[in-house]
Design a protein around this ligand. Sequence first.
Ligand SMILES: NC(=O)c1ccc[n+]([C@@H]2O[C@H](COP(=O)([O-])OP(=O)(O)OC[C@H]3O[C@@H](n4cnc5c(N)ncnc54)[C@H](OP(=O)(O)O)[C@@H]3O)[C@@H](O)[C@H]2O)c1
Length: 265
Amino acid sequence: MQSTMYEVRSTFGTEKSSYFVPRKSNFMNVVITGASRGIGKAVAEVYAANGHALYLCSKNEVALYKTMEELLTKYPGVKIKGKARDLSKQEEVENFGQWILDNSINIDVLVNNAGNFLPGSVHNEERGVLEEMMAVNLYSAYHLTRKLLPQMMKQSPVSGTRGHIFNMCSIASLNAYANGGAYSISKFALHGFSKNLREEMKQHLIKVTSVFPGAVLTDSWGDYDNSDKRIMEAADIAQMVFSCSQLSPQACVEELVIRPQLGDL
Ligand SMILES: NC(=O)c1ccc[n+]([C@@H]2O[C@H](COP(=O)([O-])OP(=O)(O)OC[C@H]3O[C@@H](n4cnc5c(N)ncnc54)[C@H](OP(=O)(O)O)[C@@H]3O)[C@@H](O)[C@H]2O)c1
């Protein structure tokens, strides 16, 4: 549906100005990994609140079903399905991807969000941490995207687009810092994946957005005391992801950097 333009008169003079009522989007099927908690759950909620269908994944089955139940109670009538899989394992990623394909849906939005944060430094972090970070933060997105892309590339365009892929990078994809270690390395790699995908997918009418959040209050921050509202809320990121998926087919937000108002910690 097209957005509607209203013409209004400025209260300060005779000059005309205009504003837009937000574009009312077509119904979308939205695939989100790491959706049981944190940013992924917030992204799921904003799409559910707008009536879109959700296909969710996380590792822990009990937590995933609890989130699905919570969303279904809050947004009855919204279609929500989920499958628990360990996305650090290639065969489980492909199994989740196959389940999505078996649902025979148009894949309108894919949010590669599942990830883990382990602080550490290159010189002394434990053996195997890099492999673990790469598996969950990079390979999960790479393998799932490759599993779903063939269908996305051949599905009929809806309002001029064949879909939209979001990759949840981090400001740790952009800047090195002393305690970044393997996590930051894996997020730089995810950024590289996302940039390459963006170039490849332009002509296929598939949008690709790299999301770079700064600190967001989720379980990753443990029992951090945010009573002074120093760090962002998961809903901030979700709102921006949703907004990016509402633009005209000819517009793609390539990079979305969101930091706390007072800057990084
Ligand atoms: N919070 C921040 O400050 C921040 C900043 C920048 C970027 N990010 C990125 O944003 C994304 C979400 O972060 P978050 O803070 O919301 O994390 P979170 O609260 O710890 O939630 C992580 C989500 O990913 C899922 N997940 C983790 N490992 C998985 C695996 N092996 N297989 C399947 N699912 C798995 C978790 O499911 P289970 O509960 O089942 O394990 C959970 O749903 C991550 O990629 C993170 O790097 C976060």
